[in-house]
Design a protein. Structure first.
Length: 745
């Protein structure tokens, strides 16, 4: 069977026309270890797709533009490969002249997934992993003169196996996107001297005004030394000299701290010295910052940056492109999403189940955005028993083979190694929503021990196992906060998902969706505004971070702030920025008015299952002494979170009426008010002191967590002394339930 030809390419970005296909992405690909001499191999290569078991092709099918995946429009091919075929590449290059004893390294930014490489017929290396950079020394395979032939073979089973692959699928639908096969980051040659710098590990230590540096060498001798110089512009601010392969402390007096509001970067120069001779020299940069957890002034667990509490807020960013899939058309395009995130007033990006090229993190470093970095998941394999591969919140972790686990952990380590020195990255997220999640505590604890300088979010959403620094929940549309233990920090790893599809900017015309869908940009802004106002309530409850879904539309998902082609900002950046900046102010502490069953199971309510004869049943003075005393939650045959909350009271009929009282005795009147609720109803009406404050219809989804709703426009109804909250709920079938709380500032 021949691989499928795709129809991608109907939607492109403006950068597609700006890209030079003979030399795409010409920028130096490794900003934290720079040498002036290098050769970019991006551009047209020969390609062929052959059955997996066949040897190298004798003829070629055409030209493919590297580094764009073969499925993408920008590759010039637009075909799927699948697990029963192999993708072959060929190109010729001229080898640069090398100094005596020098070596030539062949670098790949990323290749998805299994890659075999030959130079002039000699196999120089094999690599497995779709997200980590790798290099081969090709010196011994070079011809003495003339053109050199480079041959690359790639096999990628995508979702027909269990390797880390993020959201790729051979049958895209819903939240699963087009497959990405082959070379998708820059390929380049680097001549290096016989003794050279191979790696730099940079770790800021602001508490001791220093940078901890480890320089790895290639071909070096034990007597070689490394000289490291830090600069602020042209001014030298620190210098240290010592052996390679050992940690050195570079003093940085009175350091300028890196933060989203002041993303200051120092320059770094590194020299390898052999006696009086400098045998290698590279350039780099670093930022001085510290990420940790701590307590705020009220004793609540929070995230801190540079020893100060900072609410972290930003979008889920999946990094997909309609024309390049995993690969941005240009470096300007790559930076566009980062700058747009900054323009919207966010200070955080959660890079979702994808790893970007090093230049993306460089843009976050220089522009000042915190990054939560996901490890791409190994999702359930197609045609496999998913119960073995998807962890559930109420069950054991998934079971994985020893080979599968070893591959996941090898790639996880390689990703951490590659990104370790970027100041923007503040948190590792090894697992998301149970996809391929296994041995959570062991894996997450290994990450924490391997990189103790950053936080670890062991499992984002649904499948928390009580490990590491944060308790991360997902709730759409949300917002929400889990009532968590004393020390772990509560964060909202995904919420929002407000959808709007704009004709002319869609991947496909039909089947587009958002977690909540709207018809106009004005309505979308109103709903986003309500969401942020509600978010303030969860912050008052102690929420320390929130991730909004999402930066851009992706294929059939239209819940982005920006269209997939990056042409339309669906929400005005100025309006959103003004809203978003309010979440960073010092958080108020919530005053509990009416507790939920989670907070106080025995809080008394008055309940009747018969329609009150008097219309004034919502008023404070109404006599409800004939009603039954009951306790929340109120439910019928309900599943989900309501099934696990306290004992509660049976709700056997279609309708139910509730009343409870609460006191407000502050020195000032209430100025902010929020509802906290779980409900599965057909209709729900709430009254404060006789006034209707909210009414919902057709609420048929049982949320995993309590939903928070801003009622601040009604805060003036609360008076000093005793107040009444009255509730009317209706549900025609027995899958029903209600639990309601009220709190204010």
């Amino acid at each position: 069977m021949q691989p499928e030809t795709l129809t991608t390419g109907n939607l492109i970005t403006r950068w597609s026309t700006q890209m030079d296909p003979s030399s795409p992405l010409p920028e130096y690909p490794r900003p934290q270890l720079i040498r002036p001499e290098w050769i970019n191999l991006n551009g047209p290569w020969d390609y062929a797709i052959r059955p997996k078991e066949e040897d190298a092709p004798q003829s070629w099918e055409g030209r493919i533009i590297v580094p764009f995946a073969v499925e993408s429009h920008l590759s010039g091919v637009g075909r799927r490969v699948g697990s029963d075929h192999r993708l072959w590449y060929r190109r010729r290059f001229e080898a640069p002249s090398l100094p005596k004893g020098g070596r030539l390294l062949l670098h790949f930014g990323a290749v998805d997934w299994e890659c075999n490489v030959w130079v002039n017929g000699t196999q120089v290396g094999t690599h497995r992993g779709g997200y980590d950079p790798f290099a081969f020394d090709v010196t011994e395979a070079l011809n003495p003169e003339g053109p050199q032939e480079l041959l690359v073979a790639v096999w990628d089973p995508t979702d027909e196996s269990d390797q880390p692959r993020g959201k790729q699928s051979l049958k895209p639908h819903g939240i699963w996107y087009e497959s990405v096969t082959g070379i998708w980051q820059t390929v380049w040659l680097e001549p290096v001297p016989a003794a050279s710098v191979r790696s730099l590990t940079l770790l800021p230590d602001i508490d001791n005004d220093s940078l901890r540096v480890r320089v790895g060498g290639l071909g070096t001798e034990s007597s070689d030394l490394v000289r490291i110089v830090a600069k602020d512009g042209e001014q030298i601010v620190g210098e240290v000299r010592g052996p390679l392969h050992q940690e050195l402390r570079l003093a940085i007096p009175n350091p300028k701290l890196w933060s989203p509001s002041h993303p200051f970067l120092y320059d770094l120069e590194v020299e390898v010295q052999r006696g009086t001779e400098v045998v290698d020299r590279v350039a780099s940069y670093f930022g001085m910052r510290k990420i940790a957890t701590g307590k705020d002034a009220h004793g609540r667990p929070v995230l801190t940056l540079n020893n100060q509490p900072l609410f972290q807020f930003g979008p889920l960013d999946q990094g997909w492109w309609p024309d390049g899939l995993y690969t941005a058309p240009t470096d300007e395009a790559l930076a566009f999403d980062v700058q747009a995130t900054k323009d919207y007033g966010f200070n955080l990006i959660r890079k979702h189940v994808k790893v970007e090229p090093a230049r993306w993190y460089y843009h976050c470093d220089r522009l000042g955005l915190l990054v939560w970095q996901d490890m791409p998941n190994a999702n359930p394999a197609r045609d496999r028993d998913e119960a073995l591969w998807v962890a559930q919140s109420d069950s054991e972790d998934a079971v994985r083979s020893q080979e599968s686990a070893a591959q996941f952990e090898r790639e996880l380590k390689a990703v951490i190694d590659a990104l370790y020195s970027h100041p923007s990255i503040v948190m590792w997220v090894p697992f998301n929503e149970g996809w391929g999640q296994y041995e959570t505590e062991r894996v997450a604890n290994w990450v924490a021990s391997y990189d103790p300088s950053r936080l670890v979010n062991g499992a984002s959403g649904w499948t928390d196992r009580g490990t590491n620094d944060v308790l991360d929940i997902h709730e759409y549309p949300g917002p929400s906060i889990d009532h968590c233990e004393r020390d772990r920090v509560p964060v909202l790893g995904e919420f929002g998902g407000l959808g709007l599809g704009l004709p002319g900017h869609l991947w496909v015309d039909d089947g587009n969706w958002g977690y909540r869908s709207y018809d106009t940009q004005d309505r979308l802004l109103l709903e986003y505004t309500a969401l942020i106002h509600a978010l303030h309530g969860t912050i008052a409850k102690g929420l320390a971070a929130a991730v909004y879904t999402q930066t851009t539309d992706v294929e059939r998902e239209v819940n982005g702030l920006i269209t997939y082609d990056r042409e339309v900002f669906k929400l005005d950046p100025n309006a959103v920025r003004s809203l978003n900046e309010t979440v960073y102010s010092e958080a108020k502490v919530a005053t509990l008015l009416v507790p939920t069953a989670t907070e106080r199971p025995n809080h008394p309510w008055r309940l009747t299952l018969e329609r009150p004869a008097d219309t004034d049943w919502t008023l404070p003075e109404y006599d409800d002494t004939g009603w039954t005393i009951a306790h929340a939650p109120f439910r019928g045959e309900i599943v989900g979170r309501l099934a696990s909350v306290a004992a509660g009271t049976t709700w056997p009929t279609e309708e139910m009426w509730l009343r409870t009282v609460f006191s407000w005795n502050p020195s000032e009147s209430a100025n902010a008010l929020w509802l906290e609720a779980l409900f599965v109803v057909d209709q729900l009406e709430l009254y404060i002191n006789g006034k209707n404050v909210t009414s919902w219809k057709e609420i048929r989804d049982a949320n995993r967590h309590y939903r928070h709703v801003d009622l601040s426009e009604h805060a003036h109804l609360i008076r000093n002394g005793v107040n009444t909250l009255a509730v009317h709920a209706r549900r025609t079938d027995r899958r029903r339930g209600v639990d309601i709380g009220l709190y204010g500032v």
